[in-house]
Write a new protein. Structure first.
Length: 325
């Protein structure tokens, strides 16, 4: 979440008049995240989130995101519920950009998740995967191996090597090395289904120390289910972004296994999938580090966090320890 498209109170008031949300009382731009513009709307009937789709979001993918949230919400999974306007539309347009309004979820993400939190996350991810077994819509992962290759080429074209080398002298070498490795060794024929695809701590809300909601489904897609775990290992299982916490990783897998069994074949692929997940976030953060508009209101994410994680997953074998979970 972030603010790229700046709207006036009159523009937002005009939007809310097309919905049965009550009278607009106040609104606030949300700085967290990097992909889309988000506003918190407070009306006489409650709180809502206005999301305006920006940047990497392809308009043809927006119905997928909306449909899966509606599907999950209907199946009693705690996620935002997209709201129809007075004409029955879920997706609308302002300034030639698509937008939606969704229900607000009370709670807050955890900056430093605990071992117990990782257990809860594993249970929640398994519940989400189980509940989307019958979800028939498919969206290919645009930020998988082929997407990384394109983004790597674009980064090398748009960002000078001098600037990249200032971040880390081996950054380009390590990215290209792991990109080639993943491209040549990416697994096939693992169980696939719906994944959230961006399961960071700031997208998982807690209340009274329990998970109460998952937000930001705008990278969701159809991919290996175990890839979701690889993303979570990257996002949840490092202390201070550098030291891998095996207990957190084992707790995550244990929680998932309690609801949906991970096969040995899936876990044996976790090393390369974790490298791929680290590479994916390294590449998008690197590109955004140098290409985010100065006027945008957001907190930019340091790409070096994921260079450190990429190197860890490259240099360490931990699958056998996870098999013990």
């Amino acid at each position: 979440m972030a603010v790229y498209t700046k709207l006036s109170i009159n523009e937002i008031s005009d939007i809310t008049k097309n919905y049965i949300l009550g009278d607009l009382e106040t609104f606030q731009g949300i700085e967290e995240g990097i992909e889309n513009t988000n506003y918190l709307l407070i009306t006489s009937k409650g709180k809502y989130i206005l999301t305006i789709f920006e940047k990497r979001v392809n308009e043809i993918d927006i119905p997928f995101f909306v449909n899966v949230m509606k599907y999950l919400y209907k199946n009693q999974f705690f996620c935002p519920n997209p709201i129809k306007d007075i004409n029955g539309n879920l997706i609308n347009e302002i300034n030639k950009k698509k937008y939606i309004i969704v229900s607000f979820i009370e709670g807050k993400g955890k900056i430093n998740p605990t071992v117990k939190d990782c257990l809860s996350l594993g249970i929640t991810l398994a519940d989400m995967h189980n509940k989307t077994k019958s979800f028939r819509k498919i969206r290919n992962n645009s930020l998988s191996v082929d997407g990384w290759k394109l983004l790597f080429k674009k980064s090398c074209k748009d960002i000078s090597k001098v600037e990249i080398n200032k971040l880390d002298k081996l950054l380009l070498f390590d990215m290209e090395d792991r990109l080639n490795f993943c491209h040549g060794n990416w697994p096939e024929n693992l169980p696939k289904g719906f994944i959230h695809g961006d399961i960071f701590p700031d997208n998982v809300f807690f209340k009274n120390d329990k998970i109460c909601g998952i937000i930001d489904f705008y990278f969701s897609c159809t991919d290996f289910l175990i890839y979701e775990i690889a993303i979570a290992l990257n996002a949840w299982c490092f202390d201070n972004d550098k030291k891998f916490n095996l207990k957190k990783a084992q707790s995550l897998v244990k929680g998932y296994n309690s609801k949906k069994k991970i096969s040995k074949r899936e876990l044996k692929a976790i090393s390369i999938l974790s490298q791929g997940a680290a590479l994916r976030f390294l590449l998008t953060r690197l590109y955004d580090w140098f290409n985010t508009p100065d006027e945008a209101i957001l907190n930019k994410k340091n790409p070096l966090e994921y260079l450190n994680k990429l190197r860890f997953f490259r240099d360490n074998n931990f699958e056998n320890e996870l098999l013990k979970s």
